[in-house]
Design a protein. Structure first.
Length: 240
């Protein structure tokens, strides 16, 4: 694998006050990869993403980005450095139009010369193109997910952290979201994909990490994971 990793989580402990969630968790992501983090309900997937973003800070270990220790960097600064989080609850502004949602994200990304233009992003999301004057609240779940991803792109994301982007979506929309993830990756964006739907992770990811009770219990390629019935069954509840 090429050079140094772009993003590293190294021996991290993190949680919420007295609740310790992540235990000595390590993972790394290289530039241009799609890496999936899969595991059951409550395994610590979202907590891992929050720790990378600086929404919560590790009590031990480090988060590194481009060779720098960013463990203490807060979420606003993390976004400006090029890491973007698309949370499960799809944070868009329902009372603003699609265009306004994108404009705010574009400004919020800071002075980033590499940020994708709103025009280019709309070119990727056909179903948003015709709805730029519609309010966020009038979009379907799938369209809100697309808008949420588009906001990350126009905010200048180099790395995008996706928290269960296909959750609750109809199967044909799941495929649209998967296509978008592949396309943004083709454009050079590095992806950390959290999924409970292991099939989505397997289809898209170069490498996968399996998390259980706050610990990484397995890592490997999608082909290796697909072939490992015991891991699938024990940690992911998938019967092959
Ligand atoms: N704000 C919080 N305060 C206290 N405990 C929390 C908080 N958020 C999550 N937890 C706990 O941390 C653990 C891990 O939660 P986390 O949300 O990271 O899991 P997850 O893998 O994302 O699960 P899911 O698949 O349900 O989204 C759970 O036991 C959860 O109850
Ligand atoms: Mg979660």
């Amino acid at each position: 694998m090429s050079a140094d990793p772009l993003l590293t989580v190294d021996g991290v402990n993190a949680g919420y006050g007295e609740t310790k969630v992540l235990h000595d968790l390590s993972l790394e992501i290289h530039e241009g990869e799609i890496v999936s983090l899969v595991g059951r309900n409550g395994a610590g997937k979202t907590t891992t993403l929050r720790t990378i973003m600086g929404i919560i800070q590790p009590t031990a270990g480090t988060v590194g980005y481009r060779g720098e220790d960013v463990s203490e960097v807060d979420a606003t600064e993390t976004v400006q450095r090029g890491i973007s989080f698309v949370p499960e609850e799809r944070r868009i502004f329902p009372e603003l139009t699609v265009m306004e949602n994108l404009e705010i994200a574009h400004i919020g990304g800071g002075d980033d010369a590499d940020a994708m233009s709103i025009e280019e992003a709309l070119g990727m999301f056909e179903n948003l193109q015709d709805r730029t004057e519609n309010h966020g609240s009038s979009l379907s779940g799938g369209e809100q997910q697309m808008l949420s991803i588009a906001r990350a792109l126009v905010g200048g994301a180099d790395v995008i952290l996706l928290d269960e982007p296909t959750e609750g979506l109809a199967p044909y929309i799941v495929q649209d979201v998967m296509d978008i993830i592949e396309e943004l990756n083709d454009r050079g964006i590095t992806v950390l994909l959290v999924e409970q739907n292991v099939h989505v992770g397997l289809a898209l990811a170069d490498r996968n990490y399996v998390i259980n009770q706050g610990e990484i219990v397995w890592e490997g390629t999608s082909a290796e994971l697909e072939a490992d019935e015991e891991i699938l069954d024990t940690y992911l509840g998938v019967t092959a």
